[in-house]
Design a protein around this ligand. Structure first.
Ligand code: F7E
Length: 337
Protein backbone atom coordinates (compact mmCIF):
# COMPACT_ATOMS: atom_id res chain seq x y z
CA UNK A 1 0.00 0.00 0.00
CA UNK A 2 2.72 2.46 0.96
CA UNK A 3 4.77 1.68 -2.13
CA UNK A 4 1.75 2.19 -4.31
CA UNK A 5 1.07 5.53 -2.64
CA UNK A 6 4.62 6.76 -3.06
CA UNK A 7 4.76 5.59 -6.65
CA UNK A 8 1.54 7.23 -7.62
CA UNK A 9 2.37 10.50 -5.92
CA UNK A 10 5.61 10.56 -7.86
CA UNK A 11 3.79 9.76 -11.10
CA UNK A 12 0.94 12.21 -10.94
CA UNK A 13 1.08 15.77 -12.20
CA UNK A 14 -0.52 17.19 -9.12
CA UNK A 15 1.86 15.53 -6.62
CA UNK A 16 -1.25 15.15 -4.65
CA UNK A 17 -3.51 12.63 -3.13
CA UNK A 18 -6.99 13.07 -1.91
CA UNK A 19 -9.34 11.67 0.64
CA UNK A 20 -13.10 11.87 0.37
CA UNK A 21 -15.91 10.80 2.66
CA UNK A 22 -18.81 8.89 1.10
CA UNK A 23 -17.05 7.70 -2.00
CA UNK A 24 -20.08 5.69 -3.04
CA UNK A 25 -22.63 8.50 -3.21
CA UNK A 26 -23.65 10.23 -6.44
CA UNK A 27 -21.12 13.04 -5.96
CA UNK A 28 -18.42 10.79 -4.48
CA UNK A 29 -18.44 8.53 -7.52
CA UNK A 30 -18.31 11.39 -10.05
CA UNK A 31 -15.68 13.21 -8.00
CA UNK A 32 -13.50 10.07 -7.84
CA UNK A 33 -13.77 9.64 -11.63
CA UNK A 34 -12.92 13.30 -12.22
CA UNK A 35 -9.91 13.31 -9.88
CA UNK A 36 -8.57 10.13 -11.51
CA UNK A 37 -8.64 11.88 -14.90
CA UNK A 38 -6.50 14.64 -13.32
CA UNK A 39 -3.92 12.12 -12.08
CA UNK A 40 -4.84 12.05 -8.40
CA UNK A 41 -4.51 9.10 -6.09
CA UNK A 42 -8.01 8.75 -4.64
CA UNK A 43 -8.94 7.33 -1.25
CA UNK A 44 -12.55 7.15 -0.16
CA UNK A 45 -14.36 6.34 3.02
CA UNK A 46 -17.26 3.90 2.76
CA UNK A 47 -19.69 3.22 5.57
CA UNK A 48 -20.36 -0.36 6.45
CA UNK A 49 -23.96 -1.48 6.06
CA UNK A 50 -25.62 -4.85 5.98
CA UNK A 51 -26.35 -4.83 2.23
CA UNK A 52 -22.94 -5.49 0.82
CA UNK A 53 -23.82 -4.57 -2.75
CA UNK A 54 -24.60 -0.99 -1.72
CA UNK A 55 -21.18 -0.22 -0.34
CA UNK A 56 -19.41 0.16 -3.65
CA UNK A 57 -22.09 -0.15 -6.35
CA UNK A 58 -21.48 3.31 -7.86
CA UNK A 59 -17.68 2.93 -7.95
CA UNK A 60 -17.35 -0.74 -8.87
CA UNK A 61 -16.18 0.20 -12.40
CA UNK A 62 -13.17 2.09 -10.96
CA UNK A 63 -12.55 -0.22 -7.99
CA UNK A 64 -9.03 -1.14 -9.17
CA UNK A 65 -8.03 2.55 -9.40
CA UNK A 66 -9.15 3.81 -5.99
CA UNK A 67 -8.54 2.79 -2.39
CA UNK A 68 -11.52 2.40 -0.10
CA UNK A 69 -11.41 2.49 3.69
CA UNK A 70 -14.20 1.52 6.05
CA UNK A 71 -15.07 4.44 8.29
CA UNK A 72 -17.90 6.56 9.64
CA UNK A 73 -18.28 10.28 10.26
CA UNK A 74 -19.48 9.42 13.79
CA UNK A 75 -16.50 7.18 14.55
CA UNK A 76 -13.64 9.59 15.24
CA UNK A 77 -11.08 6.81 15.54
CA UNK A 78 -11.82 5.62 11.99
CA UNK A 79 -11.35 9.16 10.62
CA UNK A 80 -8.07 9.51 12.54
CA UNK A 81 -6.84 6.16 11.23
CA UNK A 82 -7.65 6.97 7.59
CA UNK A 83 -6.09 10.45 7.68
CA UNK A 84 -2.97 9.12 9.40
CA UNK A 85 -2.60 6.38 6.80
CA UNK A 86 -3.25 8.54 3.74
CA UNK A 87 -1.95 11.98 4.82
CA UNK A 88 -4.05 13.56 2.05
CA UNK A 89 -3.50 16.91 0.33
CA UNK A 90 -7.22 17.43 -0.23
CA UNK A 91 -10.13 16.31 1.95
CA UNK A 92 -13.69 16.42 0.58
CA UNK A 93 -16.43 15.96 3.19
CA UNK A 94 -19.40 14.95 1.08
CA UNK A 95 -20.88 12.29 3.34
CA UNK A 96 -24.29 13.02 4.86
CA UNK A 97 -27.84 11.90 5.53
CA UNK A 98 -28.87 13.93 2.50
CA UNK A 99 -32.63 13.32 2.20
CA UNK A 100 -34.62 16.33 3.44
CA UNK A 101 -37.96 14.50 3.92
CA UNK A 102 -36.24 11.68 5.82
CA UNK A 103 -34.53 14.23 8.08
CA UNK A 104 -37.97 14.87 9.64
CA UNK A 105 -38.23 11.14 10.46
CA UNK A 106 -34.63 10.84 11.71
CA UNK A 107 -33.72 14.31 13.01
CA UNK A 108 -31.20 13.17 15.58
CA UNK A 109 -29.33 10.82 13.26
CA UNK A 110 -29.33 13.55 10.58
CA UNK A 111 -27.93 16.15 12.95
CA UNK A 112 -25.31 13.80 14.39
CA UNK A 113 -24.07 12.80 10.93
CA UNK A 114 -24.32 16.15 9.15
CA UNK A 115 -23.32 18.47 12.00
CA UNK A 116 -21.23 16.50 14.49
CA UNK A 117 -19.75 14.53 11.57
CA UNK A 118 -18.27 17.74 10.11
CA UNK A 119 -16.81 18.65 13.49
CA UNK A 120 -15.29 15.17 13.80
CA UNK A 121 -13.68 15.56 10.37
CA UNK A 122 -12.38 19.05 11.20
CA UNK A 123 -10.90 17.93 14.52
CA UNK A 124 -9.02 15.02 12.92
CA UNK A 125 -7.90 17.24 10.03
CA UNK A 126 -6.68 19.99 12.40
CA UNK A 127 -4.67 17.58 14.50
CA UNK A 128 -3.34 15.19 11.84
CA UNK A 129 -2.92 16.99 8.51
CA UNK A 130 -3.61 20.75 8.94
CA UNK A 131 -1.65 21.59 5.78
CA UNK A 132 -4.29 19.82 3.65
CA UNK A 133 -7.14 21.71 1.97
CA UNK A 134 -10.68 20.90 3.13
CA UNK A 135 -13.98 21.06 1.23
CA UNK A 136 -17.36 20.95 2.98
CA UNK A 137 -20.51 20.05 1.03
CA UNK A 138 -22.84 22.79 2.20
CA UNK A 139 -26.31 23.13 0.76
CA UNK A 140 -28.86 25.60 -0.59
CA UNK A 141 -31.29 24.03 1.90
CA UNK A 142 -29.59 26.29 4.50
CA UNK A 143 -31.37 29.34 2.99
CA UNK A 144 -34.85 28.02 3.74
CA UNK A 145 -37.45 30.47 2.42
CA UNK A 146 -35.11 33.43 2.39
CA UNK A 147 -34.75 35.07 -1.04
CA UNK A 148 -33.08 38.35 -2.07
CA UNK A 149 -35.28 41.01 -3.68
CA UNK A 150 -34.08 40.06 -7.17
CA UNK A 151 -35.30 36.46 -6.70
CA UNK A 152 -31.88 34.84 -6.10
CA UNK A 153 -30.06 33.29 -3.15
CA UNK A 154 -26.35 34.11 -2.94
CA UNK A 155 -23.46 33.93 -0.43
CA UNK A 156 -24.81 36.99 1.42
CA UNK A 157 -28.47 35.90 1.64
CA UNK A 158 -29.59 35.31 5.26
CA UNK A 159 -30.01 31.65 6.16
CA UNK A 160 -33.25 30.45 7.77
CA UNK A 161 -33.36 26.66 7.31
CA UNK A 162 -36.75 24.92 7.38
CA UNK A 163 -35.76 21.28 7.93
CA UNK A 164 -33.61 19.29 10.37
CA UNK A 165 -31.37 18.65 7.33
CA UNK A 166 -31.03 22.38 6.61
CA UNK A 167 -30.31 23.13 10.29
CA UNK A 168 -27.66 20.41 10.43
CA UNK A 169 -25.99 21.72 7.27
CA UNK A 170 -25.97 25.23 8.69
CA UNK A 171 -23.97 24.01 11.68
CA UNK A 172 -21.48 22.30 9.33
CA UNK A 173 -21.15 25.45 7.24
CA UNK A 174 -20.62 27.65 10.31
CA UNK A 175 -18.10 25.38 12.03
CA UNK A 176 -16.01 25.23 8.83
CA UNK A 177 -15.84 29.05 8.81
CA UNK A 178 -15.03 29.04 12.53
CA UNK A 179 -12.17 26.53 12.10
CA UNK A 180 -10.87 28.44 9.06
CA UNK A 181 -10.63 31.65 11.08
CA UNK A 182 -9.58 30.18 14.43
CA UNK A 183 -6.86 27.82 13.23
CA UNK A 184 -5.95 29.39 9.85
CA UNK A 185 -7.00 26.25 7.99
CA UNK A 186 -7.68 26.15 4.26
CA UNK A 187 -11.29 25.04 4.78
CA UNK A 188 -13.97 26.05 2.23
CA UNK A 189 -17.70 25.62 1.73
CA UNK A 190 -19.42 24.92 -1.56
CA UNK A 191 -23.07 25.98 -1.19
CA UNK A 192 -24.44 23.59 -3.77
CA UNK A 193 -27.95 23.84 -5.16
CA UNK A 194 -29.74 20.60 -6.20
CA UNK A 195 -27.71 18.43 -8.53
CA UNK A 196 -28.87 15.28 -10.22
CA UNK A 197 -27.80 12.52 -12.63
CA UNK A 198 -28.65 8.91 -13.46
CA UNK A 199 -26.78 8.05 -10.24
CA UNK A 200 -29.14 10.10 -8.07
CA UNK A 201 -31.03 8.00 -5.52
CA UNK A 202 -34.51 7.30 -6.88
CA UNK A 203 -36.20 8.66 -3.75
CA UNK A 204 -35.15 12.20 -4.82
CA UNK A 205 -37.76 13.80 -7.01
CA UNK A 206 -35.98 13.99 -10.41
CA UNK A 207 -34.89 10.39 -10.55
CA UNK A 208 -38.16 9.20 -9.00
CA UNK A 209 -40.12 10.97 -11.76
CA UNK A 210 -37.82 9.79 -14.56
CA UNK A 211 -37.60 6.19 -13.40
CA UNK A 212 -41.36 5.82 -12.85
CA UNK A 213 -42.28 7.65 -16.08
CA UNK A 214 -40.05 5.24 -18.02
CA UNK A 215 -41.68 2.29 -16.23
CA UNK A 216 -45.16 3.65 -17.13
CA UNK A 217 -44.03 4.20 -20.74
CA UNK A 218 -42.90 0.56 -20.94
CA UNK A 219 -46.06 -0.79 -19.27
CA UNK A 220 -44.22 -1.68 -16.05
CA UNK A 221 -46.07 0.77 -13.75
CA UNK A 222 -49.41 2.58 -13.79
CA UNK A 223 -49.17 5.65 -11.57
CA UNK A 224 -46.64 8.05 -10.10
CA UNK A 225 -47.26 9.30 -6.56
CA UNK A 226 -45.71 12.64 -5.68
CA UNK A 227 -45.93 15.23 -2.92
CA UNK A 228 -45.76 18.97 -3.59
CA UNK A 229 -45.67 19.76 -7.33
CA UNK A 230 -45.43 23.53 -6.94
CA UNK A 231 -42.03 23.98 -5.34
CA UNK A 232 -39.17 25.36 -7.44
CA UNK A 233 -35.61 24.06 -7.57
CA UNK A 234 -32.39 25.12 -9.32
CA UNK A 235 -31.33 21.75 -10.75
CA UNK A 236 -27.85 21.16 -12.19
CA UNK A 237 -25.84 18.06 -13.12
CA UNK A 238 -23.62 16.39 -10.48
CA UNK A 239 -20.77 16.03 -13.01
CA UNK A 240 -20.62 19.81 -13.42
CA UNK A 241 -20.80 20.33 -9.66
CA UNK A 242 -17.86 18.04 -8.77
CA UNK A 243 -15.70 20.20 -11.09
CA UNK A 244 -16.73 23.18 -8.95
CA UNK A 245 -15.74 21.31 -5.75
CA UNK A 246 -12.25 20.79 -7.15
CA UNK A 247 -11.93 24.46 -8.16
CA UNK A 248 -13.14 25.62 -4.73
CA UNK A 249 -10.69 23.44 -2.78
CA UNK A 250 -7.81 24.57 -5.02
CA UNK A 251 -8.56 28.28 -4.89
CA UNK A 252 -5.56 29.98 -3.23
CA UNK A 253 -7.79 31.46 -0.52
CA UNK A 254 -10.28 29.39 1.45
CA UNK A 255 -13.74 30.86 0.87
CA UNK A 256 -17.45 30.03 0.39
CA UNK A 257 -19.07 29.75 -3.06
CA UNK A 258 -22.60 29.23 -4.34
CA UNK A 259 -22.76 26.63 -7.13
CA UNK A 260 -25.95 26.77 -9.22
CA UNK A 261 -27.31 26.99 -12.77
CA UNK A 262 -29.02 30.39 -12.13
CA UNK A 263 -32.29 28.96 -13.46
CA UNK A 264 -35.32 27.49 -11.71
CA UNK A 265 -38.13 25.05 -12.57
CA UNK A 266 -41.09 23.72 -10.63
CA UNK A 267 -41.49 20.02 -9.88
CA UNK A 268 -44.56 20.21 -12.14
CA UNK A 269 -42.57 21.65 -15.08
CA UNK A 270 -39.89 18.98 -14.63
CA UNK A 271 -42.52 16.21 -14.51
CA UNK A 272 -44.34 17.60 -17.55
CA UNK A 273 -41.10 17.66 -19.56
CA UNK A 274 -40.18 14.05 -18.68
CA UNK A 275 -43.62 12.62 -19.52
CA UNK A 276 -43.81 14.66 -22.75
CA UNK A 277 -40.43 13.34 -23.89
CA UNK A 278 -41.83 9.84 -23.44
CA UNK A 279 -44.97 10.73 -25.44
CA UNK A 280 -47.33 11.02 -22.44
CA UNK A 281 -49.32 13.65 -20.55
CA UNK A 282 -48.26 13.70 -16.88
CA UNK A 283 -51.79 14.64 -15.74
CA UNK A 284 -53.01 11.18 -16.78
CA UNK A 285 -50.62 9.40 -14.41
CA UNK A 286 -49.54 11.61 -11.50
CA UNK A 287 -51.42 11.52 -8.21
CA UNK A 288 -50.59 13.41 -5.04
CA UNK A 289 -49.95 11.57 -1.81
CA UNK A 290 -49.43 13.54 1.35
CA UNK A 291 -46.88 11.08 2.71
CA UNK A 292 -44.41 12.71 0.29
CA UNK A 293 -45.12 16.23 1.65
CA UNK A 294 -42.84 17.85 4.21
CA UNK A 295 -44.02 19.33 7.55
CA UNK A 296 -42.34 22.58 6.50
CA UNK A 297 -41.38 23.12 2.85
CA UNK A 298 -38.73 25.15 1.10
CA UNK A 299 -40.74 26.78 -1.72
CA UNK A 300 -38.28 28.32 -4.11
CA UNK A 301 -34.57 28.06 -4.96
CA UNK A 302 -32.60 29.98 -7.60
CA UNK A 303 -28.90 30.43 -6.93
CA UNK A 304 -26.69 33.28 -8.03
CA UNK A 305 -23.30 31.67 -8.77
CA UNK A 306 -21.70 34.84 -10.17
CA UNK A 307 -18.92 34.63 -7.56
CA UNK A 308 -17.86 31.08 -8.56
CA UNK A 309 -18.17 31.95 -12.26
CA UNK A 310 -16.07 35.11 -11.93
CA UNK A 311 -13.42 34.04 -9.42
CA UNK A 312 -13.09 30.33 -10.24
CA UNK A 313 -14.00 30.46 -13.94
CA UNK A 314 -16.61 27.72 -13.37
CA UNK A 315 -19.77 27.28 -15.36
CA UNK A 316 -22.11 24.34 -15.91
CA UNK A 317 -22.06 22.48 -19.24
CA UNK A 318 -25.33 20.53 -19.00
CA UNK A 319 -28.67 22.26 -19.60
CA UNK A 320 -31.70 21.23 -17.52
CA UNK A 321 -33.13 19.35 -20.51
CA UNK A 322 -29.85 17.58 -21.37
CA UNK A 323 -29.58 16.38 -17.78
CA UNK A 324 -33.13 14.96 -17.80
CA UNK A 325 -32.60 13.42 -21.25
CA UNK A 326 -29.51 11.59 -19.98
CA UNK A 327 -31.51 10.26 -17.03
CA UNK A 328 -34.39 9.17 -19.31
CA UNK A 329 -31.97 7.34 -21.65
CA UNK A 330 -30.33 5.66 -18.67
CA UNK A 331 -33.61 4.23 -17.34
CA UNK A 332 -34.82 3.26 -20.84
CA UNK A 333 -31.64 1.19 -21.17
CA UNK A 334 -32.06 -0.39 -17.75
CA UNK A 335 -35.65 -1.49 -18.28
CA UNK A 336 -35.39 -2.49 -21.95
CA UNK A 337 -32.71 -5.08 -21.18
O1 F7E B 1 -37.05 17.34 -3.45
C1 F7E B 1 -40.63 17.95 -3.94
C2 F7E B 1 -40.06 18.16 -2.56
O2 F7E B 1 -35.98 15.37 -2.36
C3 F7E B 1 -37.17 18.42 -4.34
C4 F7E B 1 -30.88 17.09 -1.57
O3 F7E B 1 -29.81 16.76 -2.42
O4 F7E B 1 -31.15 19.21 -2.66
C5 F7E B 1 -31.83 18.03 -2.30
O5 F7E B 1 -32.93 18.31 -1.44
C6 F7E B 1 -38.58 18.98 -4.27
C7 F7E B 1 -39.06 19.29 -2.85
O6 F7E B 1 -34.57 17.39 -3.06
C8 F7E B 1 -41.74 14.50 -4.12
O7 F7E B 1 -41.07 18.49 -1.62
C9 F7E B 1 -42.55 16.45 -4.59
O8 F7E B 1 -39.74 20.51 -2.82
O9 F7E B 1 -35.44 15.88 -4.78
P1 F7E B 1 -35.75 16.40 -3.43
P2 F7E B 1 -34.43 18.54 -1.94
O10 F7E B 1 -35.32 18.31 -0.79
O11 F7E B 1 -34.53 19.86 -2.62
C10 F7E B 1 -30.57 19.96 -1.59
C11 F7E B 1 -29.80 21.12 -2.19
C12 F7E B 1 -29.76 19.12 -0.68
O12 F7E B 1 -28.74 19.54 -0.13
C13 F7E B 1 -30.32 17.78 -0.33
O13 F7E B 1 -29.31 16.92 0.20
O14 F7E B 1 -39.48 18.03 -4.79
N1 F7E B 1 -41.28 16.64 -4.12
N2 F7E B 1 -42.84 15.14 -4.60
C14 F7E B 1 -40.75 15.45 -3.83
N3 F7E B 1 -39.53 15.11 -3.35
C15 F7E B 1 -39.28 13.79 -3.15
N4 F7E B 1 -38.05 13.43 -2.70
N5 F7E B 1 -40.21 12.82 -3.42
C16 F7E B 1 -41.47 13.13 -3.90
O15 F7E B 1 -42.29 12.24 -4.13
Amino acid sequence: FKQKTAYEIYQCDWSSDVCSSDLNGQDGSYLAEYLLTLGYEVHGMVRRNSMSENQDSRVIHIADKITTHYGDLLDESSIDRILQEVMPDEIYNIGAQSHVRISFDMPQFTVKTNALGVLNMLESYRRICPKANFYQASSSEMFGNSVDEDGFQRETTPMHPVSPYGCSKMFGYSIVKNYRNSYKLHASNGILFNHESPRRGSNFVTNKVVKTAVQIHLGLAEKLELGNLDTYRDWGHSKDYVRAMHLIINHPEADDFVVSTMGTHSVREMTKYVFKRLGMNYEDYVIQNKIFMRPEELQYLKGDSTKARTILGWKPIYTFEEMLDEMIDYWLNVFKK
